[in-house]
Design a protein around this ligand. Sequence first.
Ligand code: ADP
Ligand code: MG
Length: 255
Amino acid sequence: MVLHVRVLMRLLEARHLIKEYVTGDNRVFALNDVSIGIDTGEFVAIMGQSGSGKSTFMNLIGCLDVPTSGEYYLNGEKVSDMQGDQLALIRNQQIGFVFQQFNLLPRTTALENVELPMLYAGIPAEERRVRASARLKEVGLGERMHHTPSELSGGQQQRVAIARGLVNNPSLILADEPTGALDSRTSIEIMALMQKLSREGMTIVIVTHNPEIAEFTNRIIVFRDGKVQSDLPNTPSDAEKELLNYPLPDAEVPS
Ligand code: ADP
Ligand code: MG
């Protein structure tokens, strides 16, 4: 018998984050005193109206930017005091990003797209190939590694992007609207994959406008005017089961 014991550990800790943008005479508090802690293995949805601060929060926890004031710790390291090169290093080592528009290189195979972050990390060719193909198999694309993005469906392209996000063994996956460009069935397939990764221990934070997508996560945080309006645990729907309600499309891959 295999026992899955999840040791709860604080992965990230944001304390009183403020992000202020000044353009001319205009001052905007994109984040206005946000304190959030996320433990290893949590699967979190960030929701809220356009302009409520979701992307600003993701940029800060993704080490793409630093706050105007407040503190941010990732794996016990104080990121909010770091400078450009240090930020880039911690970002490359610890964060896997997944975007709405997939952001894959067009005339490049799935395998090469997934190898790319390891190229930047200076990992030798042989190891790159082994790790990239293992990740592609894990997301169900073992048979399509040598296809280019235009030969893959939207859902398959997003799987490639998720494999690419995982390949440097990050401690955190951040996805801003990962299902925003996908139809309902494909969106749920992607959520089923994320639930699988989450059960295996990956920490995942997604932004979504869609309450049905947020239902697949374990915790839903709603932002409003740069503040946390609500932060509640959620009992996730089972995406694998939900898929039974959606007919399979006739053709999986565009012609
Ligand atoms: P969301 O992702 O929830 O739509 P954002 O985090 O993108 O919201 O934006 C929050 C607020 O901060 C908005 O009012 C937005 O106009 C403002 N904002 C975001 N980025 C910038 C920027 N680089 N310069 C000026 N204002 C910004
Ligand atoms: Mg946004």
